[in-house]
Design a binder for this molecule. Structure first.
Ligand code: HGY
Ligand code: MN
Ligand code: MN
Length: 416
């Protein structure tokens, strides 16, 4: 089938105003968003997205993990749909565009095709994956992981947040526990538009990232056990300080990541000491190590070295230690045909573009295991994300959505 004409463009103003409308739901304290998964704010964002899908004439399905699938019919009802989407949940100090651009960019494709009366052979389904961020309920990309057969649904339902509330209970509480079997839907292809969340595209002056690969990741939760004691009257040689252990392991993570350059990263993002009182030596520390690399050998080597270093630090300080993997996926190679559709779309539309490896994890990383998948990226200001100051331009959003639309419509096949 013919590729869409280069004059097929989205309505950037409409996309931008929808982004700003969605950003009003679950506002942060510094201009970004705090719309964490399965909170009332997430529920409100879901209702707004559903209203917009209803207005665009889409049929909404919801699966048992709460993922939303909004379907536009194709001329061939038996053809497997082309899926397009991302996530509406945010970090606690998240930006307005991480995930949201991919969902509303998908909706903008539908709105544009409706405006122009364009039909496609394959149906198109706009998707909002539940709990991509993994910040409230670990791991990240939880619903897409169940969909791809990487996690059992009952295990996912049992994941608990910091207050001990279970995922399955919260999903039911906000009223978005659907009846569809997770993973029953079969896809012709999946495309995801996402901000880069890194500095490369902006620094290179490129409009579009053609994502060929995604980094692999380990999340390792470390639980250290020492002894609560008085910070004033306890002699230094009698202390069993879990906080000190956490500090030394955090430093070791950084050093080991630096020793695996280039293309390796490591940090501790979530860290808690107990009882967290000013004048008590922490008897417990619980924290999560996040390490990533596009090279499997480096990812594995970092994990091995970090676990050895952590065990040694615990021995040196007399601490008990438990290390539990709470998130993992190997480096991802996206589907060459879908990647070519993205690259050709950028060429056809005259947008500058660069092949890039995704530093962040995305639902596309799991869906790539069950359907031909590719991603489109747009730059973000200073490469900043997972920060309320996350910013993009309307031009970048529009270019990304144009390329996404061409890749999706070309894959779905224009009819008439
Ligand atoms: O952790 C990630 O890479 C994604 O932003 N959830
Ligand atoms: Mn995201
Ligand atoms: Mn994110």
């Amino acid at each position: 089938m013919a590729a869409p004409g280069e004059n097929l463009k989205v309505n950037g103003d409409r996309l931008w105003s929808s982004l700003m409308e969605m950003a009003k739901i679950g506002p942060g304290v510094a201009g970004g968003n705090n719309r964490q998964t399965l909170t009332d704010a997430d529920g409100a964002g879901r209702h707004l997205f559903k209203r917009w899908c209803d207005e665009a004439g889409l049929t909404m399905g919801v699966d048992q993990m709460g993922t939303m699938f909004a379907r536009r019919e194709g001329t061939d009802p038996d053809a497997l749909p082309v899926y397009v989407g991302s996530h509406l949940d945010t970090q606690p100090t998240g930006g307005k565009y991480d995930g949201v651009l991919g969902v509303l960019g998908g909706l903008e494709i539908i709105r544009t095709l409706n405006d122009l009366g364009i039909k496609t052979k394959h149906p198109i389904v706009v998707t909002n994956w539940t709990n991509e961020e993994g910040t409230r309920f670990a791991p990240a990309m939880l619903a897409s992981g169940v969909f791809a057969g990487m996690h059992e649904q009952d295990w996912a339902y049992g994941r608990k947040d910091a207050e001990g509330i279970a995922f399955g209970d919260e999903l039911a509480r906000i009223g978005w526990k659907g009846d569809e079997e997770v993973g029953a839907r079969k896809m012709h292809a999946f495309f995801e538009l996402h901000i880069e969340q890194g500095p490369i595209l902006e620094a290179e002056g490129k409009d579009i990232g053609v994502v060929t690969h995604g980094q692999g990741l380990w999340w390792l939760e470390v639980r250290l056990t020492g002894k609560d004691a008085h910070t004033g009257s306890t002699p230094m040689n009698m202390r069993v300080n879990a906080g000190l252990g956490m500090a030394r392991i955090t430093e070791a993570v950084h050093e080991i990541a630096m020793a695996h350059q280039p293309n390796a990263v490591g940090a501790v993002g979530q860290a808690n000491v107990y009882p967290n009182s000013r004048n008590v030596i922490p008897g417990r520390a619980v924290f999560t190590i996040d390490i990533r690399s596009p090279e499997l050998t480096k990812l594995t080597s970092m994990r091995v070295q970090i676990e050895l270093a952590a065990q040694q630090i615990a021995r040196d300080l007399g601490l008990g230690i438990e290390i539990e993997p709470t998130g993992h996926f190997d480096p991802v190679t996206f589907d060459p045909k879908c990647v070519a559709a993205v690259r050709n779309a950028a060429e056809r539309l005259g947008y500058s573009h660069l092949d890039i490896v995704s530093g962040a994890g995305h639902d596309a990383c799991w869906i790539n295991r069950v359907a031909p998948t590719a991603m489109v990226m747009c730059p973000c200001v200073d490469g900043l994300s997972h920060n309320e100051a996350e910013e993009i331009s309307k031009e970048w959003a529009t270019a990304g959505a144009d390329v996404l639309m061409h890749a999706v419509v070309e894959t779905a096949g224009v009819v008439g």
